[in-house]
Structures are given as structure tokens and as C-alpha cells.
Design a protein around this ligand. Structure first.
Ligand SMILES: [Zn+2]
Ligand SMILES: [Zn+2]
Length: 133
């Protein structure tokens, strides 16, 4: 299974092969600020099955050992990488070419959620990170 994704302007693109390792909604304050959205939905994929195509993103260190990437032309947030998750990249599901064909499985950092956001799903809600992550 090959899937692609891209930023708003289309300059920064990626290609992934095979299924994601996990898929979730993140309510942490860092994701919220970087994406300027109350919650973000993302997934992990091994770097061995990922490649940037088109213009490579720019990245900056949001905290020690953490890099967040964005399109240098339009600013769309594209990816999260951390030393503690070496060998994988986390991509924002909304950047997939077909984001509707994607299913999140749980919530993380639910304790940091905004009180006015009402989500009516029955997925597991972890107050902090996922139990094994
Ligand atoms: Zn762009
Ligand atoms: Zn987060």
C-alpha cells in the first residue's frame, strides 16, 4: 500500500509505504500551538518506509531532541521527530492526500484537552502519552 501526502501549497510532499504503526489524536499543548488547532491527529511510520518528495521541509527544535517540520513556502506543519522515537517519523493525518481513508485508534495527552472541544467517540483516552510510548 502506497500513500502520499502534501502541504497546502503542494511544494512539500511525502510518500509512505505500508500501514502506520499507530494512529491517534493528540491534545498536548505543543501540538495545539504548532498546528493552531484544538487537537491534531497523527500517525507513526518507520523511516525505512517514508520519503520526502518535492521540496524538503524546514525543521526546528521545539524542545531538546524534538524536531518539528513544516513547508518552507506555506508553513503547513508536516512532521514530528524525536530522539526518543529514533527510526520513525510522525506525520499529521490531515496532510494525507486522502485523509478520510484513515482511522485514529486512541487519544493521548487527554488531560491537556481544551474544555470546549466535544468529541463523541468511544476511543481509549490516555491522560498522558500512550502507555507503551
Ligand atoms: Zn507548502
Ligand atoms: Zn502532541
Amino acid at each position: 500500500m502506497i500513500r502520499t501526502g502534501h502541504c497546502l501549497c503542494g511544494a512539500t510532499r511525502y510518500r509512505i509505504e505500508g500501514p502506520e504503526t499507530w494512529a491517534c489524536h493528540c491534545h498536548c499543548e505543543s501540538c495545539r500551538r504548532q498546528t493552531a488547532s484544538p487537537v491534531t491527529t497523527f500517525f507513526g511510520i518507520p523511516l525505512s518506509r517514508f520519503e520526502w518528495t518535492g521540496q524538503p521541509p524546514k525543521s526546528w527544535a521545539s524542545s531538546p531532541g524534538v524536531r518539528r517540520s513544516f513547508c518552507p513556502t506555506c508553513g503547513t506543519p508536516m512532521a514530528f521527530q524525536a530522539d526518543r522515537y529514533a527510526g520513525e517519523i510522525h506525520l499529521y493525518a490531515a496532510t494525507l492526500s486522502d485523509p478520510a481513508g484513515f482511522e485514529p485508534a486512541f487519544h493521548v495527552h487527554y488531560a491537556e484537552r481544551l474544555p470546549w472541544l466535544k468529541l463523541d467517540d468511544s476511543l481509549p483516552r490516555h491522560p498522558g502519552p500512550a502507555p507503551d510510548g
